[in-house]
Design a protein around this ligand. Structure first.
Ligand code: NAD
Length: 705
């Protein structure tokens, strides 16, 4: 059973018990409905308490039921709350820990509410592109007042019950319990008092019967729309929240409820909400590794050493200092250590200046930082992360040294972005302890961490690194070993398309604008200027030797030969005014591109934004499908997470693989076949990945892969 029923004296207690957060799935709803019936049928029962077992009152809908018919099957949440509306005995909701979404809506259906201190209260539906669908938008304003309720509904953010209980005139909570331990006893007492009053003839107070008014409703809602509309751009739900709350102030309760329900159902099929729900599930799935159980034993990591205090090493260090882990930086020269420490210090100073961190916190974190030039000082570290130059010989020296000095069982991680992790592991006699931790720059800011699983990487090493990644608040995605891992291997195809588009007639600005309009944070050329065009140049030079059959546009090489490495040299694909970061279209670059086209004998053509976007995005998709097929990524949604958290893919589109699936894999395949006919493109690349062909033939989606 996912809810229990018991009678305590003259009060029935219904306890939700559906771990981890008492999600209101069908069986839980059925059990609650049965409990209510039993309580009404039992003449000895005078009142009812609804509460939750374990770590929550209720976190709301059961995510396992999302989008399935079970989510709507009766008793659905609305019918359950309607049953409460017609209850003939007083119902007290005793909430604690987490009271969110449907959980809060259920509590709002009760006659009385009592909360344990520290209860987090929220209607977070907006974060999934929805509005509350079981009366939340109609009942919360009636108990909290329009403005506080709308703030909660539009932001979806949790608020502490004690704070809400302090709002003047609020009727959300009748009482805050002294503690979580006394919650049930206090709820029972509240229920008995209510039963007594009811026996004397007092009506049962229902939230639906309360008035819902705002003194300057018109002006207030207009103001709210202006504020929210400006921020919500691609997201329809926040404005719909406002409409629904406004309906609570203008319409009879049942009409407002009907409007809310209809809006909720419409949003369920809205592409943005579908994408956001996909991302929600993808985030949860990313941490799971098929052959590593979730309760796998972990290695203890209480201290960390980082080899190389450059851009990445110093950024990586900040993550661990932030969670209170002592970090020792090791370098070959004192100047390099000084630079690294100065960088870390400046990041903390910046945060102090912005008021994000207290000065003493910054000092505490810096106090955990040590530096050294000697391996003797790191031999006892539980984990090492190597972030030295991207050169296999340098990596060899470092890993041979680590193998010689580190204590047995220490985790040896490499931050390499392009080198073979198996090869790096082979420099040691303990390849089982070697793993890739591919951070993104700036490492203290970017959410993504690709955890690279070598052929020999031990399961407990993998599990430990995933757990540690979670602690430093990264989105961890496991990648197998291949050139570029998941993210960079795909971005290479995207960049190649960007180059071909220039050859065929686009300007850098046109390409950037088109993909930014699609929703990318930054187009490929502005991105190149930011990251440094020399990075790609360096990789391409290696590619020309390793993969001579692969065609690259040479336009980017020409740019680098002109010394235009990007913002750091004051010029790249764009011009930059001294000290400014605004990209100004460059006549020099456009001239260079035109000349290059002439050399190739290409007559430029006008290329539509649609073609630009599709070539860039479907290049990611095709390579992503190969990656999935080769089992470099465990699931398509992992690839989506990589692109959402590491490459600025628009969240509201759900990631490249999700986008392709929504566009229709058949349509994607047709587009690829069209692109293959373009004589200036790479016909070989545009052969749809066998996985895509198979899924289209079988009428399936990536989840089936
Ligand atoms: P960097 O040049 O900024 O820093 C490298 C540091 O390593 C330098 O301070 C250097 O003095 C030090 N070093 C070199 N040899 C050493 C040795 N034998 N022992 C100790 N220290 C040594 O480079 P970076 O950008 O920080 O890159 C470091 C690693 O991270 C590379 O493998 C790179 O591919 C990878 N990476 C870089 C990025 C990025 O955007 N910069 C992103 C992901 C991964």
């Amino acid at each position: 059973m996912t809810a229990h029923y018991e009678v305590r004296g003259d009060v029935a207690v219904i306890t939700l018990d559906n771990p981890p957060v008492n999600g209101l799935g069908l069986s839980t709803r059925q059990a609650i409905a049965q409990g209510l019936d039993r309580a009404h049928d039992d003449a000895a029962v005078r009142a009812i308490v609804i509460t939750g077992a374990g770590k929550a009152f209720s976190g709301g809908a059961d995510i396992k039921e999302f989008g399935s018919p079970k989510a709507y099957q009766d008793p659905n949440l609305l019918s359950l709350i309607l049953t409460l509306d017609h209850a003939r005995k007083p119902v007290v909701a005793a909430v604690h820990s987490v009271c969110m979404g449907g959980g809060l809506e259920l509590a709002l259906g009760a006659h009385y509410r009592i909360a344990a201190p520290g209860t987090k209260v929220a209607l977070p539906e907006v974060k999934l592109g929805l509005i509350p669908g079981a009366g939340g938008t109609q009942r919360l304003p009636r108990v909290l007042g329009v403005e506080p309720a709308l703030n909660m509904i539009v932001s979806g953010e949790p608020v502490n019950a004690e704070l809400l209980a302090q709002l003047p005139g609020q009727k959300l909570f009748d009482k805050i319990a002294a503690s979580a331990d006394t919650l049930l006893d206090e709820a029972l007492a509240l229920a008995r008092e209510a039963a007594e009053r009811h026996a004397q003839g007092a009506p049962l107070p229902r939230v639906r019967d309360l008035p819902c008014k705002h003194p300057q409703a018109e002006a207030y809602f207009q103001f709210a729309r202006n504020m929210v509309g400006a921020q919500a751009k691609h997201y329809p739900a926040p404005l719909k929240c406002i409409d629904a709350v406004q309906a609570a102030t203008t319409k009879p309760f049942d009409e407002g409820l009907a409007q809310e329900r209809q809006t909720f159902l419409n949003l369920m099929t809205d592409p943005v909400s579908i994408a956001l729900r996909h991302v929600f599930m993808a985030e949860r799935a990313a941490g799971k590794i098929a052959d590593v159980p979730e309760d796998a034993p972990l290695r203890e990591v209480r201290s960390l050493a980082i080899i190389g205090a450059g851009t990445m090493g110093s950024g990586i260090a900040i993550n661990f200092l932030n969670i209170g882990l002592p970090v020792t930086l090791l370098e070959t020269k004192q100047e390099a250590l000084d630079r690294g420490v100065a960088h870390i210090r400046s990041v903390y100073e910046g945060q102090v200046k912005k008021g994000k961190l207290k000065p003493e916190q910054a000092e505490q974190r810096l106090a955990l930082l040590r530096t050294t030039l000697s391996y003797d000082d790191i031999r006892d570290a539980d984990m090492v992360i190597e972030a030295v130059f991207e050169d296999i010989e340098v990596k060899r020296q470092v890993f041979e040294r680590l193998d010689a000095v580190m204590k047995p069982g220490a985790i040896l991680a490499t931050n390499t972005s392009t080198l073979d992790v198996n090869k790096i592991a082979s420099f040691t006699k303990r390849p089982q302890d070697v793993v890739g931790t591919h951070f993104f720059s700036p490492a203290n800011v970017m959410k993504l961490l690709e955890v690279v699983r070598g052929a020999a990487t031990a399961k407990d090493v993998l599990a430990t690194v995933m757990a540690l990644g979670k602690k430093i608040k990264k989105t961890c995605v496991v990648s197998g070993v291949c050139d570029g891992f998941i993210g960079n291997r795909m971005i290479e195809q995207y960049s190649r398309q960007a180059g071909f588009l220039l050859e065929e007639g686009c300007t850098p600005e046109q390409v950037d604008k088109a993909i930014e309009k699609f929703g990318f944070a930054m187009g490929p050329f502005r991105m190149g200027d930011l990251a440094g065009n020399d990075v790609g140049w360096y990789i391409r030079k290696r590619r020309y030797v390793e993969k001579p059959h692969m065609r690259y546009s040479k336009v980017a090489d020409r740019l680098c030969e002109m010394g235009r490495f990007g913002q750091k040299t004051g010029a790249g694909w764009y011009d930059y005014a001294p000290g400014k970061r605004d990209a100004i279209p460059s006549a020099v670059v456009n001239q260079m591109i035109e000349e290059y086209r002439k050399e190739l004998g290409i007559t430029p053509r006008k290329i539509s934004d649609e073609e630009i976007v599709q070539r860039l995005v479907f290049a990611l998709v095709n390579e992503g499908a190969h990656i999935l097929e080769e089992k470099i990524a465990a699931r398509a949604s992992d690839i989506d997470m990589v692109y959402l958290t590491g490459y600025g893919f628009p969240v509201w589109r759900g990631g490249p693989m999700h986008y392709a699936e929504q566009y229709g894999l058949f349509n994607v395949m047709q587009a690829m076949k069209r692109f293959a006919l373009n004589p200036h493109d790479d016909a070989q690349f545009w052969q749809p990945a066998p996985l895509i062909q198979r899924l289209v033939a079988e009428g399936k989606g990536f989840a089936a892969a």
